[in-house]
Design a protein around this ligand. Sequence first.
Ligand code: ADP
Ligand code: MG
Ligand code: ZN
Length: 447
Amino acid sequence: MSLANKYRPRTFEEVVGQKFVKRVLEKALDRKDIPQAVLLAGPRGIGKTTLARIFAKGLNCDLGPTSKPCGKCRSCVEIDEGRSVDVVEIDAASNRGIENVREIQQQLRYMPVSRYRVYIIDEVHMLTTEAFNSLLKTLEEPPPHVVFVLATTDPQKMPPTVLSRLQKFNLKPHSVKDIVERLKWVCSKEGISATDDALRMIAERAEGSMRDALVMLEQAHLYSEGTITEREVSEMLGIVPDRLYTDLMKKVVEGDFSGALSKASDITERFSPFEFASGLVKHLEKRLLKDDELSFEEKVVLLRMALDMETHMRQSADPYAWLNYDIARMCAFRRVVNLDEISRFLGYVPHTDEKIPQDDRTQRKDPLEILTERDPTLAGYVSESDYTVEGNTLRITVTSRLAAERVKGGEALLREVFGVKAVEVEVSKVENYRDLFEEIRKDWENI
Ligand SMILES: Nc1ncnc2c1ncn2[C@@H]1O[C@H](COP(=O)(O)OP(=O)(O)O)[C@@H](O)[C@H]1O
Ligand SMILES: [Mg+2]
Ligand SMILES: [Zn+2]
């Protein structure tokens, strides 16, 4: 049996959280004042089915109706084992039609074996409109021996007419703390050993669902040898440990692009770009409300960039290129990008006019001067670049892809002016970053 089923609570006492609904149902049972149509609403894995079954046990227990079903009488045992004829569970997702509701209605006149016949209808919002209309009549005047417990993850989709017939309870997602506690308890029962960090990571990923947490615990137990550690859980679930993001964000906040890239590659060595980005979003969300060196506004800006990164990772054919770009963008978030500064630390020295060769000027006109007369734009690109003449070849290292295209387009003229047979054009690697930062600056101006 799965851990989730094995540790399904069998008494109200054992149910974690959900205090309000628990108290109301317990009181109703003890006062023998039984609500005949109840709606339990809330996300998956938080105790809707569990509470419905415990309520049914309380209704039909030999000692009942009672908030403390004995767990030993025939009715309690049968309900726990899921084979009580008086407790009918229906999944409305696969039984949506009016004929399914009619079937229930036909059974209503038969008396239950024990005190009540309890219909637990799961995902009730999935019923068709006709089915709802038909059910409505029954909910208005249910026979005294019948109780309906409806459950839904999506109460918004319920018709208001039906809602108004029901006693409605909103169940809450579990806190990380509650989930960790429950996981620890299950671990102790099962003799599973796990670190606190590992359990915390599972609990966070479960997003409030106790069932999801237990399923993950079970997987982690199968996956690990001996103690379940954070590292194993993080590998299994593709969750980047927070510590790695803390290191990365430190560099980002300092505006240290190369440092940030190196921290990022610590992460991408072990995780996919998508895991990287979605984890970063969660990390920043968690930080939003914490006090640290960043202002709230700054954190919002960074979060927005991380969300963009997540989209890029999902949609792009080359996620790694985007990853670098998005990290660069984050590094620049606090200031206007200073290209000189970035160039310097990338080991790139900006060109100055002195680098243009000036020796042969006395004998003949500088080719660049001739070029300036013939094609000033092309001359502009060439003068911004490193160029040398080697034998019959002119080698130009340009500063951007755009410049490379322009220079190639003017190849014939360059051959003529420089008196060479071939022109080779290369884009310097560092300059790819220059493009990158130019793009960032444009983006930035548009925000
Ligand atoms: N409130 C809770 N307290 C303890 N365990 C819970 C709780 N809610 C869910 N669980 C665990 O998750 C499993 C699924 O819960 P269930 O009640 O079927 O969720 P759902 O809300 O989807 O109907 C249970 O078997 C139990 O192990
Ligand atoms: Mg359920
Ligand atoms: Zn009993």
